[in-house]
Write a protein that binds this ligand. Sequence first.
Ligand code: D3G
Length: 495
Amino acid sequence: MDLLSAATLFLVICLSCLTVLSTWRQMHRKSQMPPGPTPLPFIGNLLQVKTSDMYQSLLKISETFGPVFTIHLGPRRVVVLCGYDAVKEALVDQGEEFSGRGEQATFDWIFQGYGVAFSNGERAKQLRRFSIMTLRNFGMGRRSIEERILEEGHFLLEAIRSTKGAPFDPTYFLSRSVSNVISSITFGSRFDYEDKEFLSLLSMMLGSFRFTATSWGQLYEMFSGIMKYMPGPQHKAFKQLLGLEEFITRKVKVNLETLDPSCPRDYIDCFLVKMQQEKENPNSEFFLKNLILTTLNLFFAGTETVSTTLRYGFLLMLKHPEIEEKVHKEIDQVIGRNRIPNMEDRAQMPYTEAVIHEIQRFCDMIPMGLAHRVIKDTQFRGYTIPKGTEVFPMLGTVLRDPKYFARPDVFDPQHFLDENGKFKKSDAFMPFSIGKRYCFGERLARMELFLFFTSILQRFRFQSPVPQEDIDISPQLVGFATIPRSYQLRAIPLL
Ligand code: D3G
């Protein structure tokens, strides 16, 4: 045997050994992961799920494999957590290990790991800290957040009054008002309700949010790697996200040209000042791309989630006029008709508080949560989850955990009331998620829900143009988001 042949033989033997070793190690690691259906190469467990109802598909699989299991969504290996106990143990008790962010393929197309919501590590930490502090400062500044909401509520009531009791689709009525609250924080001003650019921004948010709930949107979650290069409705969502980014880029330019560092007007100004302060720091996360994409996070999340929740809530009131009636009664007793509601009223309004909680529980805005990721090899319930593995905290299974809610699938404010009619908290109420990555807009969102909801019901009662029994409160789409069916309502002024 000549030297070349010997060397080749040696190399082949070495490579074979390495392959066997690495396969064995991979299998061994896999055996320590939570159990789950056997995946096929590349498509993973595609044959075991329905992209039109990923949430239910995963729930079904948990019936076989238990509340903690492993699934392969195409090439993505994901650990799925179902029910209060599993989600709380992971996101709270082992919060640090589970604090990484997983993918949201549609949004990642534009965010690419930048911005506060879809980033990881030091970037997420710095941007989150800064955003929380800045939002808080705006709350305490010259104009409190409560004042901003109430001012916008006034415009909303006027807009509803102008419908003169005729049926209308409430989608844009609600999204314009909700969006104006976050706009006044991020951009320093509200939009006029007839502003064409504003309406186009709202339609871009509605459209891309809706896409993530569609069957195609969920298929894209599995195969974004190739689907981003193939034709299909994902490109419409990309175009909408791009339109939003371009708008914010223009806003940032204007702010930069007119900046007075001693007098920041909005979130963008605060970020620009921070960029200046940190310009010597090579590790700073305060640069233009993070500014634009964090502002897009706040603007988008601050618009779409609250306005969809209110829209779903009003549909639930049409379906349950007896519940709406009790809210009217409580408003009359506690606030009356002669002054506008404020946040101090909430403590005196257990029934309304229970109704709003039940709306959030029932409408289950983000049923599979935002994907997390373990940031190191993690021991969890006797399994080993390798560093970098994605984790789905199934918030919908917590909001409907039968151990915490007597009739999980029924809309019933009693879920949040005790036998004396006092408000009753529930640990399993986590529409904003929990742990290190919980939604830091929670306080703002809950203020908006309370103030918009009570302001409207103080002035109007709702009437459905279709018979009550024909109102379908089941969602139209369930994917990343839950989207209610479209409907019309009449708003009748109260005397
Ligand atoms: C969507 C797009 C950009 N940034 C955030 C979101 C989003 C939707 C729902 C949530 O974030 C959860 N707060």
